[in-house]
Write a protein of this length. Structure first.
Length: 94
């Protein structure tokens, strides 16, 4: 399985990283993993899901390479807005 890495930028600064896997011909699945899940486990799950779905896995704000939580006043709202933009970009709003 090939993971494709993307970056969402704000004012030319990366704020959230995300990955896609699987065929774009399949139904989209936004994969929101648990906090602190080991990367090996996440990749294994994405690999299995990508057999049946076009998987989009968004890093949580403040995790790995994404911007820290304390930069935003409403983290969950911002995360939802970013996730919606990603889905629209990759899944044509489906």
């Amino acid at each position: 399985m090939k993971l494709n890495k993307y970056i969402v930028k704000e004012k030319d600064r990366p704020i959230v990283y995300y990955f896609t896997a699987g065929s774009k011909k399949k139904q989209c699945l936004l994969f929101l993993h648990g906090m602190g899940a080991p990367e090996k486990w996440i990749i294994k799950v994405i690999n299995e899901l990508s057999k049946h779905f076009y998987v989009i896995a968004v890093e949580h704000p403040g995790m790995c390479c994404s911007d820290p939580l304390n930069k935003y006043t409403n983290v969950f709202e911002q995360y939802a807005q970013i996730s919606k933009k990603i889905l629209n970009k990759h899944c044509n709003g489906k």
